[in-house]
Design a protein around this ligand. Structure first.
Ligand code: ADP
Ligand code: MG
Length: 552
């Protein structure tokens, strides 16, 4: 094979341009990214070796080695992980394959301050190499294969691929440091960065001695963070681990580290992000929690581990009871996994409840980010749905902020026996719905439900604490039994029985024949002359629209 030139995917080219030319303040994160990739590559090989032990027979100790060449001004990061084939290198190091990429590139504005912020959230991964290097060479050999491939680029629009050689499996990345980045050739600086960003990595990160005869130095603690005592882990270490495991760049909103002992044993180290991840609402509803068995990474794609409505969780679950040779197929309908899942869900909801009590303001921001996702649990989780409904906060015609159902019920008027709501997808349009007028006149609070998911749980859950849910766009809405707010002494209204009204309605019916089911005098309007409502037995108007949009 001769050398071939490949173009970077357009998103990558844009990203590289920003990475290389903008003043990115935390340049040292390139090392975290590269060490993190090495650690992932070792995790994946460790898993593959469960069924094919030969893959690691000759070199069973996983490690990452950093070495510096002061003369050549290079820093090299080497691992003995799973490695990449030529094809994998072209794909992985030429595109961004991560979910959410299209959204990411849509949001790139060309304004570098804004874009840097966005990149901070999205993550630069391998491409962060170009923050410090003006040339990067990657030599990789896939475990179990003989051939090695060399990838190289100067961070412009393209990269080269050529045949290479490498002793043993794994990946070696050589960074030709820019002049401004020569601090990253100093052992002291490297030691500090690894301590800060990669101490939690479960394999040794070794700094190779520069002089012949000197000792190599292990820079990190090299034990899986979740196996350590809580008291020995600092907030910063948790955050760094979250960045690694969650591929995230914000801080965790909540950190939940707990060891469960008893008939089944497992450790969970879970995080709820502060910022919603990019792909939160993608239709696959995939979770990214990592499943380990006795410290060995098994998968980060296990539907059985957590329900979809908790897909915003990041972190690790490490089981002592699942067999090490567990295949991904065996995870389906596995009773141990089932118990872990239900324990985990209860723990997470319990912690969110505590936080809601202790810090309402912070909980409100959590709900802003993830409420629409968590609400899926109201109807999907028969065991915990009720608890989630209690946690749920909704906008309403009375509250400035969102309100709990419990508070709504407390504010209910005398004689009011239902929880009134209106659904839609635009909060401002909802607020000015004519259907609300009669309720406003009587001082009755109406929930303004703005998430598509509200329609779904409302079609399953009929009441809260004995109060039924009623749509104000449906049927008579029950307004006739309630007193007017401005004039409470006013008799509850009855239908005007004038002959004029009857003939007016008859006229309307004639004019609208075939277009509407019925025309009725309504108590729900005060200012607007007319509004559309659904019949009692019929589907809520907005639900009908949502279902049509989903082609159901
Ligand atoms: P991410 O880690 O989020 O997937 P990166 O840009 O960091 O994104 O890496 C892109 C991909 O390149 C990885 O998913 C992995 O498949 C591959 N890769 C990167 N570094 C290594 C490595 N040291 N060994 C094997 N594969 C690697
Ligand atoms: Mg990465």
């Amino acid at each position: 094979m001769t050398e071939q030139t490949h173009e970077f995917q357009a998103e990558v080219a844009k990203l590289l341009d920003i990475v290389a030319h903008s003043l990115y303040s935390e340049k040292e994160i390139f090392l975290r990214e590269l060490v993190s990739n090495s650690s992932d590559a070792c995790d994946r090989l460790r898993y593959a070796a469960l069924t094919k032990p030969d893959l690691i027979k000759e070199d069973p100790e996983f490690k990452v080695i950093l070495s510096v060449d002061q003369k050549a001004k290079t820093l090299t990061i080497t691992d003995n992980g799973i490695g990449m084939t030529e094809q994998e290198m072209i794909e992985n190091l030429g595109t961004i394959a991560r979910s959410g990429t299209s959204r990411f590139s849509e949001e790139l504005t060309g304004d570098s301050t804004k874009d840097i912020n966005l990149i901070g959230q999205f993550g630069v991964g391998f491409y962060s190499s170009f923050m410090v290097a003006d040339k990067v060479t990657v030599v990789s050999r896939k475990a179990g294969e003989k051939a090695a491939t060399v990838w190289s680029s100067n961070g412009g629009g393209s990269f080269e691929i050529a045949e290479g050689t490498r002793e043993g499996r794994g990946t070696t990345i050589t960074l030709h440091m820019r002049k401004e980045a020569k601090e990253f050739l100093e052992p002291l600086r490297l030691r500090n960065i690894v301590k800060t960003y990669a101490d939690h990595i479960a394999l040794p990160v070794i700094l190779k001695a520069e002089k012949e005869g000197d000792e190599d130095e292990v820079l990190n603690t090299a034990s899986a963070l979740w196996t350590r005592q809580k008291s020995e882990i600092s907030a910063e270490q948790y955050t760094e681990f979250y960045h690694h495991v969650g591929q995230a760049y914000d801080s965790p909103w909540m950190t939940l580290h707990s060891k469960v002992e008893g008939r089944i044993e497992y450790t969970m180290l879970l995080f709820i992000p502060e910022q919603p991840p990019f792909d939160l609402f993608s239709p696959e509803r995939k979770s990214k929690l990592k499943l380990y068995v006795k410290r060995v990474f098994i998968t980060d794609d296990c539907e059985e581990l957590i329900p979809a409505y908790l897909r915003f969780l990041r972190g690790v679950v490490d089981s002592e009871d699942l067999p090490l040779n567990v295949s991904r197929e065996m995870l389906q309908n596995n009773p141990v996994l089932h118990k872990i899942r239900s324990g985990l869900v209860k723990k997470v909801i319990g912690e969110i409840e505590k936080k809601a009590k202790k810090d309402p303001e912070s909980f409100a921001s959590f709900w802003d980010n993830f409420g629409a996702v968590l609400k899926e649990g109201i109807y999907e989780d028969t065991d915990n749905g009720e608890r989630i409904l209690k946690l749920a906060q909704f906008r309403s015609t009375k509250a400035d902020n969102r309100t709990y159902l419990a508070d709504y019920v407390e504010r209910m008027k005398e004689g009011q026996d239902a929880i009134y709501y209106i659904t839609g997808d635009d909060i401002d349009a909802l607020k000015s719905s004519p259907q609300l007028e009669g309720f406003a006149a009587k001082g009755i609070e109406v929930l303004l439900l703005e998430d598509a998911v509200d329609n779904f749980w409302l079609s399953r859950i009929t009441e809260y604490e004995g109060k039924s849910f009623k749509s104000v766009t449906r049927g008579t809405a029950g307004l006739e039994n309630l007193a007017d707010e401005k004039d409470p002494s006013k008799e509850p209204e009855t239908k005007a029985e004038s002959a004029e009204m009857d003939s007016l309605i008859a006229l309307f019916k004639q004019a609208l024949e075939g277009k509407v089911k019925d025309v009725k005098e309504s108590l729900r309007l005060t200012d607007s002359p007319v509004c559309l409502v659904a019949d009692d037995g019929d589907m809520d108007i907005h639900l009908e629209k949502v279902l049509k949009a989903h082609k159901q």
